[in-house]
Structures are given as structure tokens and as C-alpha cells.
Design a binder for this molecule. Structure first.
Ligand SMILES: [Zn+2]
Length: 75
């Protein structure tokens, strides 16, 4: 028995989301580097693991990696 949690990460297609959802998600960001919200991101990639979904992209202002978690309560 092991308490090591192996998290399987699946890459999803961000661009299969409705356009308005894409725009919202690309706009509503938090950048750790700039310490500011809503700077926007580019080159989004969407990932899914067992219990969460998130989008990784690059901050429009500084180019650093930025991550947005998505609440997918509706199934
Ligand atoms: Zn930034």
C-alpha cells in the first residue's frame, strides 16, 4: 500500500469551448509574476486531472506562465 497519489493529466481541446467562454477564460486570469488579475493570456492549453480542470497560458503583459482553474460543477 502506498499513499502516493499518481495524478493522471489529460490534455483537452480548449478551442472546442464556445467562443464566448474562451474569451472569458482568456481574459479572467491571475498572474503571479505581475500580481494582477485580468491581464489576459495567450497560447492557452487546457488540462484535466482526476479532480480538476485548468488552463495554462502566457501572461499578455509579462509572458510568464499563468494558470486558471475552471470550476466544472455542471456535468
Ligand atoms: Zn504577468
Amino acid at each position: 500500500m502506498s499513499d502516493f497519489l499518481e495524478e493522471e493529466v489529460i490534455e483537452r481541446d480548449f478551442f472546442s469551448r464556445p467562443l464566448e467562454v474562451q474569451e472569458d477564460l482568456l481574459q479572467q486570469t491571475w498572474c503571479n509574476n505581475c500580481a494582477e488579475v485580468d491581464l489576459g493570456m495567450k497560447n492557452p492549453k487546457e488540462y484535466e486531472s482526476k479532480d480538476r480542470v485548468w488552463i495554462e497560458g502566457e501572461c499578455l503583459k509579462c509572458g510568464q506562465s499563468t494558470v486558471t482553474e475552471i470550476d466544472e460543477s455542471e456535468e
